[in-house]
Design a protein around this ligand. Structure first.
Ligand SMILES: [Zn+2]
Ligand SMILES: [Zn+2]
Length: 159
């Protein structure tokens, strides 16, 4: 029997370190370090969810209404963070993307195409098999991501 783990709230990086990386990244791209950009990083770090740019923007507006962080800044900052692997994204086709911090323990995703709910999991056998397949094909594996698309338990009941 393989064990399926479904809780991945632990981060593999301290916020201070992440902030330093972010500052270097902005500098490399000739972008200023601003409080708005920091708040985007901080909110992503603190969240346990996979966030759309809109829901991230909404969280920031609720927490820091006086900063007037624009949605365009959120979009731009997210693509910059994604390019440098600080955040990773999950694709929902036409509905867009959801983002999460890259520095979390490795996990895969079950994605509900009806309500957008995401379940994270790791299955030791799947992980092992992937390494074996790569080995057998003399492929130097660096990373993998697996998204399973379908309909969650709750949405199945509603239909
Ligand atoms: Zn659902
Ligand atoms: Zn995830």
């Amino acid at each position: 029997m393989s064990k399926v783990t479904t809780n991945f709230s632990d981060k593999t990086i301290q916020y201070e370190q992440l902030l330093q990386n972010f500052k270097s990244l902005l500098k490399e791209n000739n972008l200023k370090f601003t409080i708005q950009r920091e708040v985007i990083l901080e909110t992503l770090y603190d969240s346990q969810e996979h966030l759309t740019p809109e829901s991230l923007h909404h969280l920031i507006q609720e927490k820091y209404p006086d900063l007037n962080t624009g949605i365009a800044t959120v979009y731009r900052t997210l693509s910059l963070l994604e390019e440098s692997d600080i955040v990773t994204s999950l694709s929902f086709g036409a509905q867009g993307k959801k983002y999460e911090l890259g520095a979390k323990e490795h996990h895969d995703h079950l994605i509900c195409t009806e309500c957008g709910n995401i379940t994270e999991f790791v299955d030791e056998q799947i992980e092992e098999r992937q390494h074996k397949i790569a080995q057998e094909l003399e492929f130097k594996m660096q990373d993998h991501s697996m998204q399973i698309y379908g309909v969650c338990k709750k949405c199945q009941k509603e239909n």
